[in-house]
Design a protein around this ligand. Structure first.
Ligand SMILES: [Zn+2]
Length: 130
């Protein structure tokens, strides 16, 4: 279900584009520069802290906030996705995609162990690590 097109793509959702995304819908896992390329033509789904950091570092775009644990569907897509903390930086998220009875996970950069600032991906996912 994943393929490459200026970033990973699931369905028609671009994930962490490294070039200007061609897709209308884009998921940003976190605000590091190698995971963010904004476009005026796209809607960017991300956690509220990631959106705040991206606005500060890269400027404005059309953003859609997705909270951890919120199941999000996109019109025209046959999947939903849910975000979980991944322990990397403030607001960083891994995404679990559910489609046709199957689940696929994009972890992005992650940290399993707790750090001084963040719980590790393992502990924040309630003991279930994707
Ligand atoms: Zn990173």
């Amino acid at each position: 279900m994943f393929r490459e097109d200026n970033g990973l793509v699931f369905g028609s959702l671009c994930i962490d584009p490294h070039r200007s995304p061609r897709q209308k819908n884009v998921f940003l896992s976190h605000a590091h520069s190698d995971h963010v390329k904004l476009s005026k033509k796209s809607i960017f789904f991300a956690t509220p802290p990631t959106i705040d950091l991206v606005k500060e570092r890269f400027g404005m775009a059309d953003f859609c906030k997705v909270d951890f644990g919120e199941k999000k569907s996109i019109s025209g897509e046959d999947f939903e996705f849910e975000l979980f903390p991944n322990g990397h930086i403030l607001g960083s998220a891994q995404a679990k995609f559910s489609s046709g009875g199957k689940e696929h996970v994009f972890t992005s950069d992650f940290r399993l162990q707790d750090s001084l600032l963040f719980k590790g991906a393992f502990s924040q996912a309630g003991g279930y690590c994707f």
